[in-house]
Design a protein around this ligand. Structure first.
Ligand SMILES: *Cc1c(COP(=O)(O)O)cnc(C)c1O
Length: 237
């Protein structure tokens, strides 16, 4: 392999991700088809993000709305954009037409703002609710005890389809993240039992570069990888 060719490096990393996804699925008795890789491009330029698309990964995630707008404008190809970071309510109108998924709904007010804006567009929007499973004060998201009380609010939405939950585990040894992931699944199952279509709660967005194998074992349907895929790709010689 030519280690100075970013496309080759990326291809190699993608093969490794696919092998590890397949292995984790095998351990858990799951199908790899049920795990979608979201490439997180927040640390790289539009040109590097384009390489990811050209390598065949069409699900891209950004954690800042302005950066998502910038890259959505710059990239070509049928990219499905995933908003994975905090979305301010005054940025909902500009963001909604661009995104396929919002993983990071962290308040009832945001949920309702998205529903209202989606109504103006006449568009259904698929979202996930972010849950702070690690309890860290610097993390966004609903407290675990709060999220299960949202069933009535969710049932009242007109345009938003709540399709699951998202979490970020604490940065630590991967195995130590397992309880966070298991908790997210339990919360998801609880909400799924309380709600009906279109709020299908089939998704769990969990697992990053450091802990995605464990997240898949615990049921992740979206894994969000940044560093593992694009880390160092832009380093000069
Ligand atoms: C940056 C980020 C990721 C990717 O993290 P890595 O450890 O670089 O894979 C995933 N999810 C969210 C919400 C992020 O902000």
């Amino acid at each position: 392999m030519n280690r100075s060719d970013p496309s080759e490096v990326l291809g190699c990393r993608l093969r490794e991700v696919r092998e590890r996804v397949a292995a984790a699925c095998a351990r858990a008795g799951r199908s790899p088809a049920d795990v979608t890789l979201v490439a997180v491009t927040k640390t790289v330029s539009p040109a590097t993000a384009q390489r990811v698309v050209d390598a065949g990964v069409f699900d891209l995630g950004e954690n800042r709305p302005q950066e998502l707008w910038r890259k959505a404008e710059a990239l070509s190809g049928d990219v499905r954009w995933h908003m994975i970071g905090h979305l301010q309510r005054n940025k909902v109108a500009r963001t909604l037409p661009l995104v396929t998924w919002i993983h990071s709904v962290d308040s009832i007010r945001l949920l309702q703002a998205i529903d209202e804006e989606a109504g103006k567009l006449g568009k259904n929007v698929s979202v996930l609710l972010e849950v702070n499973t690690s309890g860290e004060a610097n993390k966004k998201g609903f407290a675990p005890a709060a999220v299960t009380t949202l069933a009535d609010t969710i049932a009242g939405l007109k345009y938003v389809h709540v399709r699951g939950l998202m979490t970020m585990a604490a940065l630590q040894d991967a195995e130590a993240c397992r309880p966070s992931f298991a908790q997210l699944r339990t919360l998801r199952d609880e909400l799924r039992d309380k709600l009906a279509a279109p709020h299908t709660f089939e998704h769990l967005s969990m697992g990053m570069s450091n802990d995605f194998d464990i997240a898949i074992e615990e049921g992740a349907t979206f894994i969000r990888l940044g560093t593992f895929l694009v880390g160092g790709l832009e380093d000069g010689p």
